[in-house]
Design a protein around this ligand. Sequence first.
Ligand code: BGC
Length: 479
Amino acid sequence: MSRIPADPVLYEIYVRSFADSNADGIGDLLGIASKLDYLAELGVDGIWLTPIFESPQFDFGYDVSDYLAVFAEYGTLKDFDFLVAQAHERGIAVILDMILGHTSKAHPWYRDHPDMYIWADQVPNNWVSAFGGSAWSRDEAAGRYYYHRYYPEQPNLNWANPQVRRAMHDVIRFWADRGVDGFRLDALDGIAVDPLLRDEPAADLSLLAGRDQDSWADYWKLEHIHTTNQPQVIDELRALVKAFPDSSFVVEADLPTEALRAYTDVTDSSFAFDFLRAPLDGKVLADVIAGAGTHGNLAWALSNHDQPRLVSRWGRDLAGVAAVLLLTLPGWSFIYQGDEIGMVDGKGGPVAYDRSGRDAVRHPMQWDAAGGFSAGVPWLPYTDPARCNAAAQRGVPGSMLELYKDLISLRRELSGPVEVLTSRSDSLTYRRGAHVIDINLGDESRPAADPGAPVILATGAVTEDGRLPARSATVSLRS
Ligand code: BGC
């Protein structure tokens, strides 16, 4: 029986930046364990830990050199067991980030089993890495080129070799046996590639909206018909679900929502990237959330360790509105650590750790006015703890933290599919069973959708004459 309930709220922990128990400036597993009461009070059903495995950290753990060991700076297996037991005691499930598509170059498989990777004698095609540049790099010792969808330090595994499946199932078994409840399948859509290594065509640039600005801008210029979403991906997912019927899986496949049905048909949930990247436009959002009904059980996130934070992206008022949206949809809703207190993107540190510019969204969690993440010097500086921290918001009506708590407990009462009632570019109203969610994205107040209805949650008080203030949202019971 899965510990993860229907329509769960999951909390993404960026392990390096959440809580540091030993004052080395780097977050760790015991730090997370020390914050479980905070998470239980927030009301989340589970935590997703970004990769905790041994790694040279070129991509902060998404480059794994040993899947069966905890990265020493994060702790030990014993710490992990302790964290899982403590989480379970509080009814909190634990989801691990599982990277099936690539390892670190430092993984012994790369040296000892080169046939577990993808090779060519010359650069065979125009494939590009998500982080820019050719997806092929030369291995001087081998005198050949290997394929990497991400950094050159992250060679892709060759899933055409059945040894890879066996090895990865062994890895998952190891963690499932330790009590892990589920796995986020990192970049799953890219685990298999065209065996003929054919060139990819140019993308339709008009479809780039929202993507031409992100750190993957070069990558989006091609249509990835030979490196993503190959038929084998679904076959492998099916095999995984069959082999681990007691584990939950949430897929990361950066594809249009229509393409996700193949994934949600097979497993628990798949991230809706169209939602993550949606502009603040009621019509666009309406189209995306309507997918909640037709594309299976989707996973909703509005920010994460790769994307700008909510407040930086939408502004403070609308970040509250975004929380209402995020937490009233059926499916799996993910909160990125710090969004629940309204943290903003930082400026990075004195050195750029991430070559793709993602340090800004990975600054330490702000627990109190002094920071409270570490008794030492945090690996990235705090952004603005005096202005924004968890301690100052706890129990304070109107704070972002209390809004999140209210929304999470209200979520338990919501049921039924999303039914969009009206949508305009500056406005969105939808229904879930007996509840109506009314969102005003505009800069002016407007009449509430159902002025007589009893409001049970509001980010801005509805006026006596029944108007919904600018940039605010309500949840009400139908009158
Ligand atoms: C993760 C990124 C990571 C990439 C490569 C993504 O989906 O979210 O942080 O760099 O996969 O593993």
